[in-house]
Design a protein around this ligand. Structure first.
Ligand code: FPP
Length: 242
């Protein structure tokens, strides 16, 4: 039985480095080329009626990369992406949000991000969630710390800690779990992306390198999702958790 359009799509944008290497270019050229794909996928999600799009732009593990590459992504590219796209995103009603330990971002990128979040706060279209300095285990650790503080302060009984309490302590508790997670470039791993939230997500792996990913690739992934059944460990709910 078919399903409706996914409310929340997550994408692990992988393969920028290989895209550049295939062309004999420095890795940062691959990250630069990623912008076209990001633009087209955001536009398509808005038009298709996806409610939330989470893009894995930088993981807590990505700090192990050369300093110049990290700075390029988190300052130059992030600020540049926002500068070049914010007017169009705002005009389309896109609301920008973020998950991750954003206090750890370099100040130029962080400022651009916070300004974009503030400017688009009241927009009611697609929510574009940028996962920056994000790790699923770090998010769960941060949630557990918040809950432990509430218990220590006497505001919460240990026996009251259940799945809903943990979900409620994650970075964006109002955002539904992703229905569909796409990873590009042929790798078939979650790599610490939305670990708690992906318990029942459909996974779609594409061999296309991220800078080459097109609107048609996204539409194919969404059609595949809409044609597939999902049972949530019990009876088929037809369209998501009852
Ligand atoms: C994966 O390719 C890509 C990254 C770790 C960085 C992703 C960053 C962007 C797509 C641009 C950031 C955009 C914004 C808006 C901040 P890889 O370098 O791991 O590729 P490889 O596996 O082929 O080496």
């Amino acid at each position: 039985m078919g399903r409706s359009v996914p409310a929340h799509v997550g994408i692990i944008m992988d393969g920028n480095g290989r895209w550049a290497r295939q062309r004999g270019l420095p890795r940062n050229e691959g990250h630069k080329a990623a912008e076209r794909a990001i633009h087209d996928v955001v536009e398509a999600c808005g038009e298709i009626g996806v409610g939330y799009l989470t893009l894995y732009a930088f993981s807590t593990e990505n700090w192990n990369r050369p300093r110049a590459e990290v700075d390029f992504i988190l300052s130059h590219l992030l600020a540049g992406f926002i500068k070049r796209n914010i007017d169009e995103l705002d005009a389309r009603g896109v609301r920008i949000r973020t998950i991750g330990r954003t206090t750890g971002l370099p100040s130029r990128g962080r400022k651009a991000l916070l300004d974009a979040i503030e400017r688009t706060r009241a927009n009611s279209g697609l929510q574009l969630i940028l996962a920056l300095n994000y790790g699923g285990r770090a998010e769960i650790a941060d949630a557990v710390r918040t809950i432990a503080q509430a218990v220590a302060a006497g505001r919460l009984e240990p026996g009251a800690v259940d799945e809903a309490v943990i979900s409620g302590a994650l970075y964006l508790p109002d955002v539904p779990d992703p229905d569909l997670i796409i990873r590009t470039s042929g790798e078939e791993r979650l790599s610490n992306f939305l670990l708690w939230q992906s318990a029942y997500s459909e996974l779609c792996f594409s061999s296309v390198l991220w800078p080459d990913y097109t609107r048609e690739d996204l539409e194919k992934a969404i059609s595949g999702y809409m044609g597939r059944e999902r049972r949530f460990g019990g009876v088929d709910t037809g369209g998501g958790p009852a």
